[in-house]
Ligand binder design. Structure first.
Ligand code: B12
Length: 309
């Protein structure tokens, strides 16, 4: 089941970031007047052009389609890559096959289709993406080409993740901030990218410092962004000595200020911080998402109680 480039439908929406009511109505398969009614009753947020025309931001159209669990009649009119129905079988395999076929556009389209269908960023990360990368990570044991294929697949997966990230709705100005990084000596990109996007999906501002980040830069970022949550991704089972020491020092400093430190990845259990207050070791993006949403909800409750008192 290979998907040819020619099978991937992509028709750029008018401006690429905004849709006309007609395009969105046709994409959904409803009349333009129905769509304008949804805008008028506030279920769908539109903006006005200088000429007074309604336009719907792409991320808002995506949010609305997901929230209403709509089956799109013509998904290509959204201007996002989509793949033919038969490739969206509910298994992890298609994404892996698209990575191995180096079909970047179809890999992106496959993720977008599942996202439009209601699967969240965290679940896609823990499911098809992790599954595919685990398979890819074993190839070097079985073939000379294994490392080359791994590098190509990683690049294509990162492209697809970045694209999906660009479809997430903006977060509220007063939302809390989460800082993400990978420690000294750890070259891995994807887990920190994923955890940042998962926090954005949960309504937080995210600041990702990426791979091989020394403690000094993390502390600088804590001063700059005042995060309520700091996430560290450890992809190697045996993190280096520098990383271990820096993380203990970081946990001490964050603990003094009541800032949470979330550790994830196959190296997280090796860091001697388990059981510390304000330190969490989690095994998946879904767990991280649940924790972040819980913190966000507790903030809303505290704000309401403060308002009522
Ligand atoms: C791509 C890759 C590389 C690339 C990274 C490129 C880049 N810039 O990102 C490069 C080429 C650098 C690399 C190098 C090496 N690699 Co490598 N690599 C991989 C590979 C294939 C994918 C990694 C990835 O991004 N996975 C996707 C992420 C999302 O999956 P994940 O790590 O499972 O994370 C999930 C959960 O653990 C959790 N999670 C993880 N982190 C976090 C963080 C937070 C905050 C949260 C909430 C959750 C969370 O959520 C994720 C989604 O479910 C893995 C295979 C694999 N199974 O992942 C091997 C793998 C990690 N590498 C491995 C090895 C051995 C190496 C090398 C030592 C090989 C060598 N001999 O040189 C070097 C080490 C480099 C170093 N400096 O130390 C082994 C690790 C074995 C071990 N037990 O530690 C693996 C498992 C492959 C294998 N099966 O042997 N690698």
């Amino acid at each position: 089941m290979t998907v040819l480039e020619s099978q991937v439908n992509v028709q750029p929406a008018e401006s690429g970031e905004f849709l006309s009511p007609k395009d969105l109505a046709d994409a959904i398969g409803v009349s333009e007047s129905s769509l304008k009614r949804w805008v008028d009753d506030g279920r769908l947020v539109a903006v006005r052009t200088a000429g007074g025309h309604r336009r719907i931001p792409l991320h808002e159209a995506v949010r609305f389609v997901r929230a209403q669990r709509l089956q799109l009649a013509r998904p290509e009119l959204l201007g996002v890559p989509t793949v033919p129905a038969e490739t969206s079988a509910p298994t992890n395999e298609p994404f892996l096959q698209l990575l191995l076929a180096e079909n970047a556009l179809a890999a992106r389209a496959w993720l977008v289709q599942r996202y439009l269908g209601g699967v969240g960023f965290a679940a896609l990360s823990d499911g098809p993406i992790r599954g595919a990368m685990t398979h890819v990570g074993e190839l070097w044991k079985h073939s000379e080409r294994g490392i080359m294929v791994e590098h190509r697949a990683t690049d294509i997966a990162i492209q697809a993740l970045s694209y999906l990230r660009s479809l997430l709705p903006p977060v509220a100005d007063d939302a809390w901030t989460a800082l993400g990084f990978t420690p000294s000596g750890d070259p891995y990109l994807m887990p920190a990218m994923m955890s940042a996007a998962v926090l954005a999906e949960a309504g937080w501002h995210d600041r990702n410092l990426g791979p091989d980040t020394p403690l000094s830069a993390v502390l600088e970022a804590v001063e700059t962004y005042r995060p309520k949550l700091v996430m560290c991704a450890l992809s190697l089972e045996e993190p280096g000595e520098i990383a271990r020491h820096e993380l203990v020092e970081l946990a001490n400093k964050l603990g003094e200020r009541g800032i949470y430190l979330v550790l994830g990845g196959r190296g997280a259990p090796a860091i001697d911080l388990i059981g510390r207050e304000h330190v969490l070791v989690v095994a998946s993006m879904v767990e991280l998402s649940a924790f972040a949403r819980g913190l966000g909800a507790s903030r809303a409750v505290a704000a309401q109680q403060a308002a009522e008192s």
